[in-house]
Design a protein around this ligand. Structure first.
Ligand code: AMP
Length: 392
């Protein structure tokens, strides 16, 4: 029984094939620079010490998926030689809007709903759709499952996800907080309950995902009750290149004063802000730590702003939860920079007395594989969508 996990970006398709008998990785890789002149495929079979990167012809997502099928079924590179052995394909879909509160078997209706959510995630959902339609052709008759980044936060109460703007914009466009990184927050919550040896239903957690994108969630009894990302992944913590929270008037002020267009503003907020914007050096925490330890004040300012925002959110979520059993750090920075965890732990020692502070490696691909396997086992009649009342 093997499950193929597909994660599509605008110019890349990442894939990972899992053996569901022991959740181990059979092979994984990525097709990069799709649509460019220098497309390539990296493929790895960890258990057999196979690794290669080679140039490839991948003008679009369909040819990229075809390439993946071919390496998986090539006896020289893969472990399986018959692609018919793939039990199911799991797709990471960033935005499920208000439609989806759990992973879902993909059919025509689900495809239409994901299409409808493209308006909410114009950068992320269209490539995911391309990946899904490509896999439906290349892995014909293999069940396809969508696993949504937003689904875990579907449990947030109305007063948490509502913004303080006229209600009609919620009804008309679905403008509200959705939250992202749900698969990661869900995965580390489950792991934390195992480490704490307490049932997930009985604990309160604050999960802190610090990668290139950063978000934090308040998880009560295994259910997300609040999270820092919002209508888009821009809200909340200071990130690698995204601003996170700020006074929305800054947007209109700068657009007026600098004659910035909507595109200029989008680029500035998403690609030129955050750690990169404050430091003027890099979006990569490794570079910032090197510069900071060498005495660069802007690197220190970026680091301090980053840490302070996390601290503030943990305090807020401690208030929302009432009590906290553990604060869990994960993703590139959360797993590899213990000084951030230690600094925050020290500052919150009296507020969060008794709470554990831990780092847990996230594994979103594995959770997508497990969900896919479960949804396929359950069959189509059990899958459920919640068609909320908005027109987004
Ligand atoms: P992710 O999006 O989870 O892959 O995380 C990417 C970010 O994690 C990078 O931009 C780095 O800032 C950070 N990162 C990864 N490894 C390390 C490390 N060993 N030390 C410090 N930061 C790291």
């Amino acid at each position: 029984m093997s499950i193929l996990v597909i994660n599509c970006g605008s110019s890349s398709v990442k894939y990972e094939l899992f053996d569901m008998s022991d959740n181990s990785v059979i092979s994984k890789g990525v097709v990069e620079r799709i649509g460019g002149t220098t497309s390539s495929i990296k493929h790895e079979v960890p258990k057999h010490d196979v690794y290669f990167k080679k140039r490839a012809n991948a003008p679009d997502h369909l040819t990229a998926v075809e390439l993946i099928r071919n390496v998986l079924s090539d006896a020289e590179f893969g472990v399986i030689t018959n692609v018919a052995e793939v039990t199911g394909v799991g797709h990471r879909v960033v935005h499920g809007g208000e439609e989806f509160h759990e992973s879902t078997l993909i059919d025509k209706t689900v495809l239409k709903c994901i299409q409808k959510c493209c308006k909410l995630a114009p950068l992320h959902n269209p490539p995911a759709l391309e990946g899904i339609t490509a896999c439906m052709k290349i892995f014909e008759n293999v069940p396809q499952v969508a696993v949504f980044d937003t689904a875990f936060h579907h449990s947030m109460p109305e007063h948490v996800y509502m913004y303080g703007i006229p209600y009609k914009f919620y009804k008309k466009f679905g403008i509200r907080k959705y939250g992202f990184h749900g698969t990661s927050h869900r995965y580390v919550s489950k792991k934390a309950s195992e480490i704490l040896k307490k049932p997930l239903e009985k604990i309160n957690l604050i999960t802190v995902h610090l990668g290139n994108g950063c978000s934090i969630a308040a998880v009560s009894g295994g259910v997300s009750i609040d999270t820092s990302m919002g209508f888009t992944p821009l809200e909340g913590l200071v990130m690698g290149t995204r601003s996170g929270d700020m006074d929305p008037a800054v947007v209109t002020f700068l657009m007026q004063e600098e004659a910035m267009s909507v595109d200029d503003m989008n680029t500035m907020l998403n690609k030129k802000s955050g750690l990169l914007g404050i430091s003027g050096i890099s979006n990569d925490m490794r570079d910032l730590l090197t510069e900071m330890h060498a005495g660069n004040p802007r690197a220190k300012l970026a680091y301090d702003t980053f840490v302070y925002r996390i601290l503030k959110y943990i305090g807020a979520y401690a208030a929302a939860l009432g009590s906290v059993d553990a604060v869990v750090f994960t993703a590139g920075i959360g797993e590899n920079v213990p000084e951030i965890k230690n600094e925050i732990k020290q500052q919150l020692s009296s507020l969060l007395k008794g709470a554990e502070f831990m780092s847990i490696r996230t594994n979103e691909e594995l959770l997508i594989a497990i969900d896919t396997f479960e949804v396929i086992k359950r069959g189509p009649q059990e899958t459920d969508t919640n068609n909320g009342g908005i027109n987004a």
